[in-house]
Design a protein around this ligand. Structure first.
Ligand code: 3HC
Length: 295
């Protein structure tokens, strides 16, 4: 498969990241099959793409006609077999649980065209382990997008033990064709590059508050307005999903050791299902105006 052969992209999972990745591919001119396990989930993802394209047009980042054309290129599916019929690249964006991802690949190998390339969007899981449940480990790699995909240029392209150089080059070219900047991660290690740095930063911010050294507002105001990061640490955790950060940390803790132990403040939020923007509240309340980081 060459880059010029790629026309159809199937995105499995219409959640927070899935719908954003589908939007990015559609904006780049690819025909996109967006699939989730229930009508309600696919519809929600589709509606979020429509909202986001409208927002981009409102802010003059794209034209109205471009927004309409991108939306027209997205076709929602629940039937897995039908969603994979024309796939050149399959991007799997299902929840960050190894067992769930493996179950999905068991089915995907049955229906995907023989020459399709498989990509998993994962924050930290082993690409090699996942690739080994498929019939094409050499045409399998990781592609880690950042939230929100339509605004974040960086994409980590992660090689598994069996990934071929041709596959990595194809997927790097594919990322560039969508206006992204691919960064190659040579080794399949927990957290790759960005999360290895960013998620401990969120955890450390939580430990500062947990130990009573400063408030959430002070930490966020310092990170955002004094350190010059685009968002406060807690604001960012709400943006990516506190559960997402927690799962990455938990995995890094298991594999890399004690330094990565998730702070109880994060655990409490996950247990209370206050996961950030996507549930309406996290460290901030989004039902009543969202994050208000004092400047
Ligand atoms: N599509 C379209 N518009 C969107 C959007 C989306 N998906 N998400 C937010 N917006 C809109 C907002 O609604 C807001 O609109 P409003 O002004 O009408 O309310 C507008 O975008 C804000 O955009 P601005 O250009 O005014 O704001 P910024 O210049 O501050 O940019 C940002 C926003 C690009 C998100 C910036 O804050 C940023 O870079 N934040 C950091 C994000 C980050 O680090 N992400 C990586 C997280 S790590 C990760 O994802 C990995 C995972 O594995 C853990």
């Amino acid at each position: 498969m060459q880059l010029e052969d790629v026309q159809h992209v199937t995105v499995l999972g219409a959640g927070n990241m899935g719908h954003g990745i589908a939007e990015v591919a559609a904006l780049a001119g690819y025909d996109v099959a967006l699939r989730d396990i229930e009508d309600e989930f696919v519809q929600k993802g589709y509606d979020q793409i429509e909202w986001s394209l409208g927002k981009l047009a409102e802010k003059d980042r794209i034209g109205d006609a471009e927004a309409d054309a991108a939306l027209d290129r997205v076709e929602p599916f629940v039937d897995l077999e039908a969603s994979l019929a024309d796939a050149d690249v399959v991007i799997e964006v299902v929840p960050e649980k190894m067992a769930i991802k493996k179950d999905v690949y068991d089915e995907v190998v049955e229906y995907a065209p023989e020459d399709a390339v498989f990509v998993t969007n994962t924050s930290s899981l082993s690409i090699t382990e996942l690739s080994e449940v498929t019939d094409r480990p050499e045409r399998f790699c990781g592609m880690h997008f950042f939230n929100p995909p339509v605004r974040m240029d960086l994409v980590e392209v992660i090689s598994g033990k069996h990934t071929s150089e041709d596959t990595l080059e194809l997927i790097e070219g594919f990322a560039e064709s969508m206006g992204k900047t691919p960064v190659r991660v040579r080794k399949d290690s927990p957290g790759f590059i960005v999360n290895r740095i960013l998620v401990p930063l969120m955890n450390e911010a939580a430990w500062i508050v947990e130990s009573g050294d400063a408030t959430i507002e002070t930490v966020d105001s310092t990170t955002k307005f004094d350190m010059g990061l685009p968002m406060g640490s807690f604001e960012l955790a709400d943006q990516v999903g506190i559960d997402v950060g927690y799962h990455v940390l938990d995995y890094m803790h298991e594999v890399l050791g004690e330094a990565y132990r998730p702070c109880p403040l994060l655990v409490e939020k996950v247990e209370a299902e206050e996961l950030g923007k996507k549930t309406g509240s996290g460290f901030y309340d989004y039902e009543n105006g969202g994050a208000q980081v004092p400047s």
